[in-house]
Write a protein that binds this ligand. Structure first.
Ligand code: BES
Ligand code: ZN
Ligand code: ZN
Length: 504
C-alpha cells in the first residue's frame, strides 16, 4: 500500500473516495452537525448538500456513522464519505482514529482502491499533527486483514493508495505525522499477525525466528537462549511449563540502544509468550480454546513496540525479554503438586497448571531485575479475572510506582489505549502463602488478577515495575466496525509513547 501527503485541492484530487468528518452538535438549541475543515469546503462546492442530508436526521454525526455522497462531476473524487466523529465537544484524536478506521474499512469492503483522508479537524483542543497521525493510524489499522490462509485471499478487496490531505503550509508537519502514524500502525499490525497465526505455525522457535528477522530489519541486537542456556540459567518456571510440549522453549532478548553513552540499563519490556495454552494437565474446556493461540499477545505487543522504537529512535535504551513456550498436557507435563524453582531462587508450589503465565514471567522478571533494568513493564494475557472485571475495553494496570502509573496512563491516552489502575495491597499476599514452598502459584477465585500480580511482584526486587494484564484487550472474538476479529496489537502504541516520555 502506498501512502503519502497530497496538497492538491479537494476539487482536483482523483480518487475512489474522499473521507471527511462531521460531529454531532449537542447544545439545547443546536440542530444538525458540525463539519470538519474539508467537509465545509466540500459542502460549499456541493451547494449545501452535506448540511441538507443531515437536516432531516438521516445523518446525526454519531461516532462511526457513515453517509455516501456522489458529487456527480463537481469533484474529481468518485465518492465522498462523511463519517461521524461523535459529540462535537468530545472530538479527540481517538475519535479521529476510530472514524478513520471505520470509513477506511467500509471503503475497502466496498471495493475502493484509492482513498483520501481529509478528516482534518480545527480545534484549539487538539494538535493538528496529532490529528494527521491519528487519521493515518486509523486507516492502516482499519484496513488490516489476515487473509493469507484463505484460498480466495482478500477477494481483491484491498486499498492500494492512501493520500493524506494537507495544505502547503502544513506539508512538512503532516509528512512527519504521517510517518509516525504509519510506523505505529505497521508495528501494531505486525503484532496482530503474530497473534493471528495458527499455533502450529507460530511455535516458540518460530516466534524467536520472527523476532530476530524483525530485529535485523530494524537495526536491533538480538539473542535467543535455547533450552540448554535456559537450563543453565536456572529458569525453572519456563522449563516447567515447557516440559509437556514437544516444542522446546526459547527466551528472546532484543536490544535497542538509543542512549549508547548512558550507563543506565534503561527500560525492559517483558512479554508473556505462551504460543498455545491448553491449560496443561489442568486442561481448559474445549469451548473457545482456539483463542488461546493469542496467549502470546504480551510477547507480540513487546515485539511490535520494539519494531516501532527501532524505527522512531527515542533516546533511551530499551530491551525486550520474551519467555516463550507451549502449555500442553502429556506424560512429561508438569503437574499440580510440583514445586518449581525460579531463576532468583524462590520456589513456587503448583496448584493449577493453567496458571502458567506467572511462572514464565517470574523467570523473565527475575532476569530483568538481576540485569539491573528499571523500569520494567510486563504485558501478559494473564487472567480470566481481568476480563470479568474490565471486559474488552480496558487493560488492568498494576504498578508499584505512582509516577510510572501516570506515565503509562498518559502514554495510553496519546495512543488511544485505555488502562485502569488495579491494587497491589499487601493484604492480597495472604492468599498466596504456601505450606510447602516459598509461595503458592494461585490465590483462589477471589481477586484472581490481583493475586496473579502479587506473585509477579515477588520477582521484581526494588525495580520500578508495571504489569499490564491484557487478557481482555489483546484479542476480540467478533468483528467490530473498526476492527477485524482476532489480535488487536494492544500495548504496541502505548509502550512506544512511553519510551518517548521516559526518554525526556
Ligand atoms: N491465558 C490464560 C488467561 C486468559 C483467559 C487469557 C482468557 C485470555 C482470555 C491464563 O493462563 C489462565 O488460564 N489463567 C487462569 C488462572 C487460574 C487457573 C488461576 C485464569 O485466570 O482463569
Ligand atoms: Zn493458562
Ligand atoms: Zn495463559
Amino acid at each position: 500500500m502506498e501512502i503519502r501527503v497530497t496538497t492538491q485541492t479537494v476539487q482536483e484530487i482523483k480518487c475512489d473516495a474522499l473521507i471527511v468528518g462531521a460531529a454531532r452538535k449537542t447544545g439545547p438549541s443546536e440542530k444538525g452537525v458540525a463539519l470538519s475543515t474539508t467537509a465545509t469546503v466540500i459542502d460549499t462546492l456541493l451547494e449545501g448538500l452535506l448540511h441538507e442530508r443531515s437536516q432531516d436526521g438521516e445523518f446525526q454525526g454519531n461516532l462511526g456513522e457513515l453517509i455516501t455522497i456522489h458529487p456527480t462531476g463537481r469533484l474529481a473524487a468518485k465518492r465522498v464519505i462523511v463519517v461521524g466523529l461523535g459529540r462535537q465537544e468530545k472530538v479527540d484524536t481517538q475519535a479521529i482514529r476510530r472514524a478513520s478506521a471505520i470509513a477506511t474499512r467500509h471503503l475497502q469492503n466496498t471495493g475502493a482502491k484509492q482513498v483520501v483522508l481529509a478528516l482534518r479537524w480545527e480545534s484549539t483542543q487538539i494538535d493538528d499533527a496529532r490529528v494527521a497521525q491519528a487519521q493515518v493510524e486509523g486507516a492502516l489499522l482499519g484496513a488490516y486483514q489476515f487473509s493469507i490462509y484463505q484460498s480466495t485471499g482478500n477477494n481483491g478487496k484491498s486499498i492500494s493508495q492512501v493520500l493524506l490531505l494537507a495544505d502547503d503550509e502544513h506539508k512538512n508537519a503532516y509528512e512527519q505525522a504521517m510517518r509516525k502514524g504509519q510506523i505505529l500502525a505497521e508495528a501494531t499490525n505486525f503484532a496482530r499477525n503474530l497473534i493471528n497465526e495458527p499455533p502450529s505455525v507460530l511455535s516458540p522457535t518460530e516466534l524467536a525466528h520472527r523476532a530476530t528477522t524483525m530485529a535485523k530489519q530494524y537495526g536491533l541486537e538480538s539473542e535467543v537462549f535455547d533450552e540448554a542456556k535456559i537450563k543453565k540459567l536456572g529458569m525453572g518456571g519456563l522449563l516447567g511449563v515447557a516440559q509437556g510440549s514437544a516444542q522446546p522453549p526459547r527466551f528472546i532478548v532484543l536490544r535497542y540502544r538509543g542512549a549508547p553513552q548512558s550507563s543506565d540499563k534503561g527500560l525492559a519490556l517483558v512479554g508473556k509468550g505462551i504460543t498455545f495454552d491448553t491449560g496443561g494437565i489442568s486442561l481448559k474446556p474445549a469451548d473457545r480454546m482456539d483463542e488461546m493461540k493469542g496467549d502470546m499477545g504480551g510477547a507480540a505487543a513487546v515485539l511490535g513496540a520494539m519494531q516501532a522504537i527501532g524505527a522512531l529512535k527515542p533516546r533511551i535504551n530499551v530491551t525486550a525479554l520474551v519467555p516463550t513456550c507451549e502449555n500442553m498436557p502429556s506424560g512429561t507435563a508438569y503437574r499440580p503438586g510440583d514445586i518449581l524453582r525460579i531463576l532468583n531462587g524462590k520456589t513456587i508450589e503448583i496448584v493449577n497448571t493453567d496458571a502458567e503465565g506467572r511462572l514464565i514471567l517470574a523467570d523473565a522478571l527475575s532476569y530483568a531485575t538481576q540485569e539491573g533494568f528499571s523500569p520494567i513493564i510486563d504485558l501478559a494475557t494473564l487472567t480470566g479475572g481481568i476480563v470479568v472485571a474490565l471486559g474488552h475495553t480496558m487493560t488492568g494496570l498494576f504498578c508499584n510506582d505512582e509516577l510510572l502509573t501516570d506515565d503509562i496512563l498518559t502514554a495510553g491516552r496519546a495512543a488511544g489505549e485505555k488502562f485502569w489502575p488495579m491494587p497491589l495491597d499487601d493484604e492480597y499476599g495472604e492468599q498466596i502463602k504456601s505450606d510447602i514452598a516459598d509461595i503458592k502459584q494461585t490465590g483462589g477465585r477471589l481477586a484472581s488478577s490481583v493475586t496473579a500480580a502479587k506473585i509477579l511482584e515477588q520477582f521484581v526486587g526494588t525495580a520500578k515495575w508495571a504489569h499490564l494484564d491484557i487478557a481482555g484487550t489483546s484479542y476480540v472474538d467478533s468483528k467490530k466496525p473498526y476492527q477485524e476479529k482476532g489480535g488487536t496489537g494492544v500495548g504496541v502504541r502505548t509502550l512506544t509513547e512511553l519510551a518517548f516520555s521516559l526518554a525526556r
